[in-house]
Design a protein around this ligand. Structure first.
Ligand code: NAD
Length: 486
């Protein structure tokens, strides 16, 4: 076992958590602070095929006893974990801020608490609802949610704590044991979570956390036949690789992937609110899968919208994510910053107009200025492909049909944002915009019982509420002829 590391007063283990114990690996990979790139935070244990096998052993061994508990009994552990997350908000927020770069205030006040809510929500949602019973055609029908087996949860580097808890909670509540593999660019909050899992007294092997690099560790995990569910959030290319592994073992697979979501503004909307929300898409430096990155505005209000949008964007402050005055965090990694700059350079070279931003905030730093691009046409790469940085495009439309057509003109379909003052239009356009979630006059408000997922290349399957519990279960229909037994 490697020694624990002190990160601004928080003790963090660089190791895996397998079978209730810390386990290390011979190799390491490093994680650094996005807004102080010279600062190395940790050398993390670099999992390999042996680590994957060890975790699958542990998760398989723990499965029968965990699955045999009632949902209410499992819920006790989930609530205990939620209590511990709430009690450790400050620690978790600081570690996530330093490791991923997300703003400390938003982590402290909102994001980490959502992690606790994820466990509470699923503890309560699963309880007493393992079966649905009704009579029909002379038989008693029972639909039983049977735990499926060890579930593999793979998460991306943006919002690591929120997404990991969102995806692990339903698997555990449904009676599956879990192997969580967080992304190697932001591995630390998962390691703090492992300490809390231990403190919450989960039986050994129920909740395992492995650190490591994508393909190196990931391929060994996804190809293990003992894994009975794979729940993935990340990019489209990785989903294609994992989907093939899932197909090989005939394992159900959900994928929450990238987005290129429209933010559609109609002339009858509150233009100030719409412009403010559009400028808000630069929050977290645009590293948000659901971000409305394609701003599409009705021609008649274009000038009013743009004036307000620029004013709100001017108010953004780049800087240290611990400083409450900062509104735009650094991008996670220099490699990612280069990738984002590459999109901007190709757009410029192809004849798109860079209206604002387009360059680094400071030489060598991981921030890129909030960037607005008017594409030469709708086929421009920055319109069609996810950038995952502070880069928005701006287009206009003359009537509703043209607006909807533009909104629906990419291969993605994760979400959409519509601004309108008309109830009729809200319902009509809300239905017409292609996306797993469409918000009208708001953004990111979520009810955890509602389904979440993407259309097109934005994903397969739905998580949230009963949808995730069904995914993590083998649904059985048991039919007994009425009156035939006593
Ligand atoms: P990524 O696909 O590169 O990596 C995601 C995870 O997969 C990481 O843990 C990585 O280590 C792992 N991985 C990589 N190769 C693997 C392999 N061969 N086998 C198994 N695991 C492997 O994605 P990323 O760059 O970390 O995240 C950004 C992407 O995630 C963006 O496209 C973003 O839109 C998307 N995302 C989607 C949602 C959503 O809910 N739809 C939420 C957040 C992020």
């Amino acid at each position: 076992m490697a020694g624990r590391i002190d990160i601004d007063g928080v003790s963090v283990s660089p190791d895996h958590f397998i079978g209730g114990k810390r386990v290390t690996s011979p190799g390491t990979f490093e994680t650094r602070c996005p807004f102080e790139w010279s600062r190395k935070l940790a050398d993390m244990a670099r999992g390999n095929a042996q680590t994957a096998a060890l975790a699958a052993d542990a998760a398989s061994a723990a499965f029968p006893a965990w699955a045999a508990l009632s949902a209410a009994e499992r819920g006790v552990f989930l609530h205990r974990l939620a209590d511990l997350i709430e009690a450790n908000v400050e620690k978790l927020a600081m570690v996530e801020c330093l490791d991923m770069g997300m703003l400390l205030e938003s982590l402290r006040l909102r994001v980490i608490l959502r992690g606790a809510a994820n466990f509470r929500n699923y503890a309560d949602l699963a309880t007493g609802r393992e079966e649905r019973v009704w009579s029909s055609r002379g038989t008693l029908n029972r639909v039983i949610r049977m735990p499926a087996g060890p579930a593999l949860i793979i998460t991306p580097w943006n919002a690591p704590f929120m997404l990991s808890t969102w995806k692990c909670a339903p698997a555990l509540a449904a009676g599956n044991t879990v192997i969580l593999k967080p992304a190697d660019w932001s591995p630390l909050s998962a390691s703090v979570l492992a300490d809390l899992i231990e403190e919450a007294g989960f039986p050994a092997g129920v909740f395992n956390i492995l650190q490591g690099l994508g393909a190196e560790l990931g391929n060994a995990l996804t190809s293990d036949p003992r894994i009975k569910r794979i729940s993935f959030t990340g990019s489209v290319p990785t989903a294609r690789i994992i989907g093939k592994a899932a197909a090989e073992n005939i394992v159900p697979f959900t994928a929450e992937l990238g987005g290129k979501s429209p933010l559609l503004v109609f002339a009858d909307a509150d233009i100030d609110a719409a412009a403010k929300k559009a400028a808000g898409q630069f929050d977290d430096s645009g590293q948000v899968c659901m971000a409305g990155t394609r701003i599409i505005v009705e021609e008649s209000v274009k000038d009013e919208f743009l004036a307000k949008f620029h004013a709100y964007t001017d108010a953004h402050v780049m800087g240290d994510s611990r400083d409450p005055a900062t509104t735009m965090s650094a991008l996670i990694h220099p490699v990612h910053a280069e990738r984002v700059l590459g999109f901007i350079e190709r757009a410029r070279a192809a004849g798109d107009t860079i209206v604002r931003g387009g360059k680094r905030w400071k030489e060598g730093a991981n921030w890129i200025e909030p960037t607005l691009i008017v594409p030469r046409d709708n086929q421009s790469e920055v319109v069609q492909n996810e950038v995952f940085g502070p880069v928005l495009t701006f287009q206009t439309f003359r009537d509703e049909a043209e607006g909807i057509a533009l909104a629906n003109s990419t291969a993605y379909g994760l979400s959409g944002i519509v601004y309108t003052g008309s109830e009729e239009r809200a319902n009509r356009v809300g239905r017409a915009v292609r996306g797993g979630t469409v918000w009208v006059n708001t953004f990111l408000v979520r009810d955890l019982t509602a389904p979440f997922g993407g259309i097109g290349i934005s994903g397969i399957g739905r998580e949230g509420g009963d949808y995730a519990l069904d995914f993590h279960s083998d649904l059985k229909t048991l039919q007994i002829l009425e009156g035939s037994t006593s």
